[in-house]
Design a binder for this molecule. Structure first.
Ligand code: MG
Length: 283
């Protein structure tokens, strides 16, 4: 199932995407409806109403914008090297991390498919894109072993971990540089895990103004999905609806010499096979 949170005529709803239509599952608060669906309290059958996908305004498919997104840094070999080489990683002692680098991105910055990313909010004009596969957790998860990791995953979506490189560096901890308002495109929808098959086979491509900048397979993650779930749940409890952005591959703007930062008028597209494309204009 492809699960979309959206607005129609100014009212929120949750739906199931079928081709170019959306079958409405529940009208009203989309986050609450999504949590009910994830927890199995709501079927995916729908109420019989269908609307055209083009008629709805897609929202970030999240249970709550009050929850932070858990993010993984430097989780593809070539990206870890390009980021280290850029000199922007003020805390780094090694090119490729020996333990997963975990940080948070404030939920308040999340936006949906098609929404503007306001680069003008970054006073340092060092805005960069990071296309990433995101995991949506399906149940309360504590001390989950690698072997059982896929049991706690509801589905997958796409995150663009938009970053102010200068603020990321200036504040040492990454929260500020990662959480500017609108710097969290998420979507366009969640694809449930049963439809994905082998997640390692998915391919991610990021295009800026149509030019391919990032291209990688999920199988190239340094810390794979079972390892991330085992590592996180060893000491913290994940909840249904929590989102984990798994890291970005090589090809970010900071990796070029000189850096290719985003500017108003640019168009970002992050595509993942089996999920879709997350498109956001930069303003
Ligand atoms: Mg990232």
């Amino acid at each position: 199932m492809k699960i979309a949170a959206f607005e129609l005529d100014g009212r929120q709803a949750l739906g199931r995407v079928e081709g170019d239509e959306v079958v409405i599952l529940r009208e009203g608060n989309a986050g609450e409806a999504l949590l009910s669906l994830i927890e199995g309290k709501e079927s995916g059958d729908g109420n019989g109403k269908r609307v055209s996908l083009s008629a709805v305004k897609l929202l970030p498919p999240t249970v709550s914008r009050r929850s932070a997104v858990i993010c993984v840094g430097k989780n593809y070999q070539a990206h870890a090297k390009e980021f280290f080489g850029s000199g922007f990683d003020s805390s780094a002692k090694e090119e490729v991390p020996s333990e997963a680098v975990i940080f948070a991105k404030a939920g308040s910055c999340l936006v949906g498919e098609g929404d503007d990313v306001r680069a003008s909010l970054d006073p340092t004009a060092t805005v960069d894109y990071e296309g990433e596969l995101a995991i949506v957790i399906g149940k309360t998860a504590n001390r989950v072993s690698k072997e059982n990791a896929f049991d706690v995953i509801f589905g997958y979506t796409i995150c663009n971990d938009v970053t102010s490189r200068e603020l990321q560096k200036r504040h040492n901890q990454w929260l500020v540089g990662k959480s500017l308002d609108t710097f969290g495109p998420l979507g366009p929808w969640i694809v449930t895990a049963d439809e994905i098959g082998d997640v390692g086979e998915l391919e991610l491509v990021t295009r800026i103004n149509g030019e391919v900048r990032q291209q990688a397979r999920v199988a190239d993650l340094i810390f794979d999905i079972p390892t991330l779930i085992e590592t996180l749940t060893a000491t913290m409890t994940l909840q249904a609806g929590d989102i984990i952005a798994t890291g970005t591959p090589a090809g970010v703007g900071i990796g070029f010499q000189p850096p290719k930062y985003l500017k108003p008028g640019d168009r970002m597209e992050v595509s993942i096979s089996g999920i879709g494309t997350l498109t956001n204009p930069v303003v």
